[in-house]
Design a protein around this ligand. Structure first.
Ligand SMILES: [Zn+2]
Length: 313
């Protein structure tokens, strides 16, 4: 089967909703997992979302054009909902009978994870469902501004549910067996030293830390340096905030201009040699492109897997 997978938004000025989490980030996290799982099952996948667009309408048109030109057999657009903080649950939109037949099992699988079943809904008002030529669905996995949903949400489980709903199967070998560093609960000094070395935060002599599981003055110095870079209080002590920032960086999320902000952006700014203010503006984008060119990468100004690989391995 040939699937068109459309990771919602992620194409400025077409950006997603913001709640407890950012829709764009979750769309990418779930979408990429769905893509690799479908491929592992032997399906062909066309990624329909563009990275750049001149307007929201252009972003949506490009998605449909890609799917139509590639003659995908099923089109799946992945989104998350946001409303008033109270609304929660899963809904799947379709605009044709053939679409509804695909939507129902996908919905059934996601609500098995514990989300409220909001049903298969009529999506004839949705651009990507109206303008694609094949059976198409738009999945609103759950609500990013609902604490209940965000507590329940897990990207891997959601991707598995979508793939099982679409194909009736799951790949036998987990394709995302690499653990997500953002969930890593190891707070040992050994892991700290290994992490700081990966992040290229050196001791006062510019040397990598000795990985000996001892909280010595060199390690504390490096911790303070790191805290200064990411813009938090320089205590030399690694508490919840510092660990959470370390783990966020190690999780290597895709970082895009005008979108991301905060400690991860400050860290990237430090690495590419611009003032660390935590705002991903034009200067940062230019410095990232320079870094990418110097490292033989496509200079697109987006910190994706290849750039992260160069930055922290
Ligand atoms: Zn959306």
């Amino acid at each position: 089967m040939k699937y068109g997978i459309d990771i919602g938004h992620n194409s400025p000025p077409d950006t997603g909703a913001r709640g407890i989490k950012f829709e764009d980030t979750l769309n990418v996290d779930v979408g990429n997992r769905v893509i690799s799982k479908l491929q592992a099952l032997g399906h062909e996948v066309i990624t329909c979302n563009p990275t750049r667009s001149s307007s929201v309408r252009d972003s949506l048109s490009q998605r449909c054009n890609k799917a139509n030109a590639a003659r995908v057999e099923v089109f799946v657009s992945i989104h998350f909902n946001a409303f008033n903080g109270q609304a929660n649950g899963t809904e799947v939109f379709a605009a044709s009978d053939s679409g509804r037949r695909i939507a129902q099992p996908v919905l059934n699988e996601i609500v098995k994870l514990g989300f409220f079943n909001r049903g298969v809904k009529n999506g004839s008002h949705l651009f990507v469902l109206r303008n694609t030529n094949m059976p198409a669905i738009l999945v609103e996995c759950c609500f990013i501004d609902s604490q209940k949903d965000m507590n329940l949400f897990n990207a891997e489980a959601t991707a598995n549910a979508i793939v099982r709903g679409l194909t009736g199967k799951l790949p036998s070998v987990p394709v995302n067996s690499v653990p997500d560093e953002e969930q890593n609960i190891d707070t040992s000094v050994m892991r700290l030293q290994k992490a700081l070395n990966r992040l290229k935060i050196t001791d006062r002599n510019g040397k990598a830390l000795v990985e000996n599981n001892q909280l010595n003055t060199e390690t504390k110095y490096a911790v303070e340096k790191f805290q200064g870079i990411v813009g938090i209080e320089k205590t030399g002590i690694v508490g919840e905030t510092t660990w959470s920032i370390i783990n966020q960086i190690l999780a290597k999320r895709i970082i895009r201009p005008n979108h991301a902000g905060g400690p991860v952006v400050r860290y990237i700014q430090h690495r590419v040699g611009v003032d660390a203010d935590g705002i991903f503006g034009p200067q940062t984008e230019a410095a990232i492109k320079r870094f990418q060119r110097q490292n033989g990468l496509l200079a697109d100004g987006i910190i994706g897997p290849a750039s992260w690989q160069k930055l922290i391995g």
